[in-house]
Write a protein that binds this ligand. Sequence first.
Ligand SMILES: [Zn+2]
Length: 312
Amino acid sequence: MFGKNTIRAVAFCLVLLAACRQKPAEPARSGPPLDPAAFDGARALREAGDLVALGPRDSATAGAEAAAKHLCERLQAAGVEASIDEFKAQSPLGETVFRNVMGRLPGGGKGRVLLASHYDTKSGIPGFEGANDSASSSGALIELARVMAKSPELPFEVVFVFFDGEECMEHYGVFDGLQGSRYLAKKMLKNGQAADVKAMILMDMIGDRDLTVTLPRNSTPALISMVFDAAREDGTRDKFMLSPLQIGDDHDPFFSAGIPAIDIIDFHFGSAPGRNDYWHTPADSMDKLSAESLGTVGRVVLRMVNKLAAEP
Ligand SMILES: [Zn+2]
């Protein structure tokens, strides 16, 4: 039998013991700010399908204007401040109106990261839907915006860009193709924002069920390594390779100006491994895409942003 005092003493010691065993207070947050698993490939696929359902998005048509409005609204619905940047540029049609859709997520420090896709479709191909080129990357970009808007603040601003006029009307040149990216790169070089771009990450044709990302040579080497590291951590390293080719795409006006830039593109979009025969044909339809492929690229991009956030 124990007396009341004994019980009190034992209880007091137990309280002390518990107090001693308490772990030191942990820092408020540890680990990367973004959870790669939060990226939902099925949602990205639905966004891509919704964009395709609007009809062709050829630049300088009502379809492109409707697509720009739709994407702007989807960014806003994702919780990101968004607007349409309308500009005029010379094209084979003469002076032509193009529209980039821009989203912005403020950050807690200096500099910015650009995440980009184009949204226009290639003109002059009867029956062309542009599911992989360019709805896949546009759907993924909306899903990235949704995930990032809900995540802790990053140490830099994130700019989401949907480029118009990526596809050429006739032949790539100073008045044709890459209209939106050439316009934005020039604008950022002029207003000083280009100087502290940590990375411009472009996605293009990333929805192919048989995903083989072929990183073009005209990408910044440190970002190529970062893609491979992120893919290794994701367990999907086998889906990513370095292409022997340079690819003319929306990252190039940035890369050529010395801004760190990379193009995450699958240029093996076809009926057999290594082939690209679905590209710019009516075969580029939603049934060729998978949520899994979109999920793989989405998670890899989130891991890359985490790596950029961890850099001093
Ligand atoms: Zn294309």
